[in-house]
Design a protein around this ligand. Structure first.
Ligand code: F6P
Length: 348
């Protein structure tokens, strides 16, 4: 595609797993770029794949209307990592292709919306001289350098509502309900939904648990006439079993160790689907606008972030390749443990 250039031109792509709020961010970038700065915006399809395969389209301002509340991403996404080493003799030099197509498109900057993997790729591309701005998104909330990513709040609502719904059926049947929530290697979503949903046991990858202590806590609840229990499990807890989900592993172990009737729910992709929460819409809009402000000031190699309630930015070189996990000394863990929540690491 050859495009006659009339104004500063920016590209935008969305990469990695989708989450609610991406379209709100695309809209924030696009509207700020077009309406405030008179820029042209090129939407790149399916993450970095679109730059490799030259799949793009001009995003007109009217195409950005009506997408604020829509889940998913209008650009499509992929987990393509152009810097991943291939051992095939036929493999193409993807970073080189990306540089070539970026130049052919005559882009002044490229906005990459994504999670950890995307920020790592974005940092490499910035090192290679492309003008890159990153926007952090993921339901996992595990991107280094920002207090929060958009997508997290929406997923938290979905996970919490699901836990709420388990209480009544658990109570009717006097069962233990195990619910597995996403989060990859991080426990943010399990911790927050577990606390918001009144989980009795919360297991996250950052806190080493002993299944015997979990069983003990559940038996104690039964003895204390608590007719049911809710166990919230992060998908990333270590189980040593590759072919069994974390939720199923924990449910089976609880059945074996307690003899109590136990059921499991694996929440899965519903956590990533649907309309973003109001908080995510606002955060994504703020991130989108901030990304374009940086471009307008010719500042690149940065990821926009939220610190406290302030939007600012951090060098991509400091973000790429790191994970933001739940700190063990988080006061929220300490306080809720004192209230009787079992994290599987203490004899309660
Ligand atoms: O990173 C977001 C996430 O939804 C994780 O919580 C989950 O482990 C993973 O993506 C699932 O990835 P995929 O879309 O590749 O199945």
């Amino acid at each position: 595609m050859t495009l006659v250039k009339h104004a500063p031109r920016i590209g935008i792509l969305t990469a990695g797993g989708d989450c609610p709020g991406i379209n709100a961010a695309i809209r924030g970038v696009g509207k700020t770029a077009i309406l405030e700065h008179g820029m042209e915006v090129i939407g790149i399809s399916s993450g970095f794949l679109g730059l490799i395969n030259q799949e793009y389209t001009i995003l007109e301002e009217n195409q950005l209307s009506g997408i604020l509340t829509v889940g998913g991403t209008i650009l499509g996404t992929s987990r393509e990592n152009p810097f991943k080493k291939s051992h095939s003799m036929l493999s193409i030099d993807k970073p080189k292709l990306i540089r070539k197509h970026y130049q052919e498109l005559d882009l002044d900057a490229l906005v990459c919306i994504g999670g950890n993997g995307t920020m790592r790729t974005a940092a490499f591309l910035a090192e290679e001289g492309l003008n890159i701005i990153g926007i952090p998104k993921t339901i996992d909330n595990d991107v280094w350098g920002t207090d929060v990513t958009f997508g997290f709040d929406s997923a938290l609502w979905i996970a919490t509502e699901s836990i709420d719904r388990l209480h009544s059926t658990a109570n009717s049947h006097k069962r233990i309900m195990v619910i597995e929530v996403m989060g990859h290697h991080a426990g943010w979503l399990a911790l927050f939904s577990g606390i918001a949903g009144g989980g009795d046991v919360i297991l996250i990858p950052e806190v080493e648990f002993d299944i015997e202590l979990v069983a003990k806590c559940l038996k104690k609840r039964a003895i204390n006439k608590k007719p049911y229990s809710i166990v919230v499990v992060a998908e990333g807890i270590p189980t040593g079993k590759k072919d069994e989900s974390a939720g199923l592993f924990i449910a089976n172990a609880i059945k074996d160790l307690t003899g109590l009737e136990t059921r499991e729910t694996i929440l899965g992709y519903v956590q990533r689907g649907g309309s973003p929460s109001p908080m995510d819409r606002v955060l994504a809009t703020r991130f989108g606008a901030a990304a374009v402000e940086l471009i307008a000031q010719n500042e690149y190699g940065l990821m926009v972030n939220l610190k406290g309630n302030q939007i600012s930015s951090i060098p991509l070189s400091e973000v790429g390749g790191k994970l933001r996990l739940v700190p063990m000394d988080l006061p929220l863990i300490h306080k809720t443990r004192k209230m009787g929540v079992c994290f599987g690491d203490e004899n309660l």
